[in-house]
Design a protein around this ligand. Sequence first.
Ligand code: FAD
Ligand code: NAP
Length: 316
Amino acid sequence: MSDTRHTRLLIIGSGPAGCTAGIYAARAMLEPILVQGGEPGGQLTITTEVENWPGDTEIQGPDLMARMEAHTRATGCRVMGDIIASLDLSKRPFTARGDSGTTYTCDAVVLATGARARWLGLPSEEMFKGFGVSACATCDGFFYRGQEIVVIGGGNTAVEEALFLTNFASGITLIHRRNELRAEKVLQQRLLNHEKIKPMWFHEVDEIIGSDMPPGVEAVRVKHTKTGKITEIPCKGVFVAIGHTPASDLVIDQVETHRGGYVVTRPGTTQTSVPGVFAAGDITDHIYRQAVTSAGMGCMAALDAERFLAEDACAL
Ligand code: FAD
Ligand code: NAP
């Protein structure tokens, strides 16, 4: 059955940015509604240890996000298990339609839809997704016990995925297109000292090779970025960890974006190009992309929205 709910502030996303916006907005008596989306808790729910969240020397990502959700609910923020399928920012109140059939109307909105995994774009990668090709070691690592695995990328995610996969794999080859990692130094050190991990510098994946019956990966073909020399690496699992793309599809034609879809905000604020629409976290941040910075921006977005709504009420 379809229903319509009005709120002064709609928050779209339940990662660190959305939850923090929910906590601040509820405490500002804005009676916000937060829509969780298809990944309740966001990206941290697909990782293991988080070691840089202040106050916790080490905490499991899913536990941290369960605590954030509980905190958000405890403040009185209404948390909806729904996915926003479309958002109309052309007139106020703004209108969002949920997959559940619920329509949400609101006076202001916080976009906190974060980011999603980037893929290589090879047809063979598409063919073997779910049959040996994955972008989530915590979800799928268990299936590769005692097998050879390839991890692609050179950032924090790739290094963490490779280290996590040592719990299962007989050996891991980390393929990186340069000879320098972007990952934090402490993670680099762990990776380079690990006996099960072999880095392969200056290589890019050319093709993922496998069988159709039953579907499964057997090797990756890689090319040296300088010499062009081709090498085949036998493996059963391929973990693509080459970064994330902002999840801004809902608003891509409605607010100003840059650098491949990151929502532009006015410097020092979370205000987007549309008055009353605020953006926080990985959807707007191409530089830091951390849980703590996302949470910080979630706080800013709620405070910016509160000010906007107060000024708006005065103008009426
Ligand atoms: P996200 O966490 O991406 O959450 C986005 C939310 O939006 C989700 O809840 C999703 O369901 C929702 N959503 C999306 N589309 C819709 C829609 N249409 N309708 C409704 N909701 C929607 N950072 C650290 O600081 N420390 C770490 O140790 C760390 N480890 C990481 C490990 C991995 C494997 C990854 C991938 C990232 C890691 N990060 C880490 C980065 C960190 O997870 C992100 O910076 C942070 O989660 C971004 O928060 P966010 O709230 O902006 O978005
Ligand atoms: P990232 O930092 O953007 O790194 C992406 C890596 O993939 C880079 O090494 C890049 O190579 C490589 N790459 C990109 N496109 C490629 C392609 N088409 N083919 C081959 N290689 C490609 O992404 P990330 O590692 O997912 O991290 C995203 C954000 O989340 C970062 O801000 C990171 O700090 C954060 N994060 C933090 C933690 C933590 O704090 N422990 C853990 C995970 C993620 P180049 O280096 O050559 O560009």
